[in-house]
Design a protein around this ligand. Sequence first.
Ligand code: PGA
Length: 254
Amino acid sequence: MRYLVANWKMKLTIAESMALARAVREFVERHDTPDLHIALCPSHAALSEVGKILATSGIALGAQDAAHVDRASLTGATSPLHLAELGVKEVIIGHSERRAIFGETDELVHHKAKAVLAHGLTAIICVGERKEERDRGEAETVVRRQARAAVDAGTPWEKLCIAYEPVWAIGTGTPVRREDAVAQADAIRDELGKALGNKDAGARIPVLYGGSVDGDNVRLFTQAPLNGTLVGTASQSKEGMYALLLALRTLPQE
Ligand code: PGA
């Protein structure tokens, strides 16, 4: 299974999100997209309307964040329980923007992932080093730390997915080299295997790549051992989304 996860961030209005969801649905109804799992992650405010458009389409509804508990005095937060009620199937957790701007720690990411997985939703946990960490030769140490902290021996890993997103590659037009993404995916899987106490599980967890992916380079990151991509900018327009889907349609089956 290959993944294409669209992260619309806070870039589209509700009406724009609905129009783009309709366009993606139309594409998928007109063209075969073999072995491709597509998820659209609009803002929380747009989830309900986008969910109605995607119903029965085979395209999954995703969210960009969730609270770490179901019910609490947490003003402004969104419960994983509510996301499940809305028909959300996967949730991005620990995106670097949430870590950097909202101060989310490895520990909070761990609890958020657990809360999401407890509802049978897929948790797409983001990890990735910053530019200065890569320059200091610490890129692998950082993703190992983040991957290890995200899970423990009791984590139900069947619905776990990791997105390797180097912070310096996000929104910059400069993706990582494929060989570097592959090396980081190996380190992430190794570390997950240890933290879960299950080497085989670690090896089977899908690892996506995210950071300046577009229609021109998406195929590079959608071939084993990488399992697909988490896309921001290029997924936020019909042209960008169609370019991604067209590139993936012709990718040979593995
Ligand atoms: P980008 O964003 O595709 O615009 O680099 C990716 C992300 O932040 O998930």
